[in-house]
Design a protein. Structure first.
Length: 368
């Protein structure tokens, strides 16, 4: 009996350690990575096009999820023993924002693929403008919240009575109050809408781009070669971003569907619970490495990012230079005032011993 209790405590300690380490790593990588890419796009007007704004939207969605659902669930699970003191609104939001953000992320990638396909395949047509982009973003967010509304409506804060030191207390928990079969089919539908359908659309657009970028037998125009090379790089960038997204989300969604249809048991004392924990944390990182992907394949982003880093370095050097110039100007002004006063007194035949003053080079200047 004591041995079983010791093993349970050891497993709980391992689980807690893994959760804390992975969450700290995830929140650090996600916040820094998405901040860099969003800030770079927002501060460089040349990057304000349909594809990059959708990439910005993708990063915002992931950051919102990790800073709300991830943080609140972490505090509830490991600091409050799964109790929920944050109220009904945050309970519903934190439990359903994952569905919203996976839909926003997936269809942002679909829109990016569509825009890139339009630019490459129909080069004579004007590309989608920023107005189209903002309308698309608004539609994606509204449709995602509408899809998550049934799941959100069945999330409640339920109170359970416990006896503590002879006193009866009520402890709140944020729980899903929905039929288990309905939850299973809802998550199956979510997997189809959020992963299967976007993957089909993205694959279609990428096939069209690949056919349009087939190398011709003879290309004598060097400008045409350069343009095709840039298009190939942008296509590779988009493909890698899409692959990273589906690699992080597909295993977790498959695992959830197996759990919901009772193919896998995940009680808190099983190894499957640890697998679920790691897979869930991995979904937060899907957009964190976009900054590295864009830096490698997007020359405009690479140039803007270098300017951003150079601006940080120059700002530090500029502050130091400004303080140096200010000190030198102060010494020069003092030197000129003493010189004018000395000339005026000399013209009047008055000799005045003035104190020694150092010039900007450190040499002493003596007036008599």
């Amino acid at each position: 009996m004591a041995s079983n209790e010791s093993q349970a405590n050891s497993y709980e300690l391992t689980l807690r350690t893994v959760y804390i380490i992975t969450f700290i790593f995830v929140i650090t990588v996600v916040v820094i990575g998405n901040f860099v890419i969003c800030f770079t796009i927002a501060t460089h007007r040349r990057l304000w096009n349909y594809t990059n704004i959708m990439l910005f939207n993708y990063g915002v969605a992931t950051t919102v999820r990790v800073l709300t659902a991830g943080l609140l669930n972490f505090l509830s699970a490991w600091e409050m023993s799964n109790q929920w003191p944050f109220g009904l609104g945050l309970c519903q939001f934190s439990q359903s924002i994952g569905i919203v953000t996976v839909l926003v992320s997936a269809y942002s990638l679909v829109c990016m693929s569509y825009a890139r396909n339009r630019i490459i395949t129909y080069s004579l047509l004007p590309p989608p403008n920023l107005g189209h982009c903002f309308v698309s973003i608004a539609i994606i967010w509204c449709a995602s919240f509408a899809f998550a509304a049934p799941y959100m409506a069945h999330i409640q804060v339920l109170y359970y009575n416990y006896t503590f030191n002879g006193a009866l207390i009520e402890i709140p928990y944020c729980l899903q109050n929905w039929d288990r079969t309905a939850i299973a089919y809802y998550f199956l539908a979510t997997s189809i809408v959020a992963l299967i359908a976007p993957l089909i659309c993205i694959t279609y657009f990428n096939i069209r781009m690949a056919l349009s970028l087939r190398p011709a037998k003879e290309i004598k125009n060097s400008r045409k070669k350069k343009s095709d090379h840039l298009k190939q790089q942008m296509k590779k960038m988009l493909v890698i971003i899409v692959v990273v997204f589906f690699i992080t989300y597909f295993p977790y969604m498959i695992f959830l569907n197996l759990v919901n249809f009772n193919a896998i048991k995940t009680n808190s004392n099983s190894g499957m619970y640890l697998i679920r924990l790691v897979l869930g944390q991995a979904t937060y990182t899907c957009s964190a490495f976009n900054v590295l992907i864009c830096y490698r394949f997007n020359p405009h982003f690479r140039r803007a990012f270098r300017n951003f880093l150079c601006g940080l370095c120059e700002s530090d050097a500029g502050r130091h230079l400004k303080s140096t110039i200010s000190f030198s100007t102060s010494n020069n002004s003092q030197y000129e005032r003493r010189r004018r006063k000395s000339r005026l007194n000399s013209s009047n035949g008055i000799k005045i011993s003035s104190p020694d003053i150092k010039d900007i080079n450190g040499s002493k200047i003596t007036y008599v």
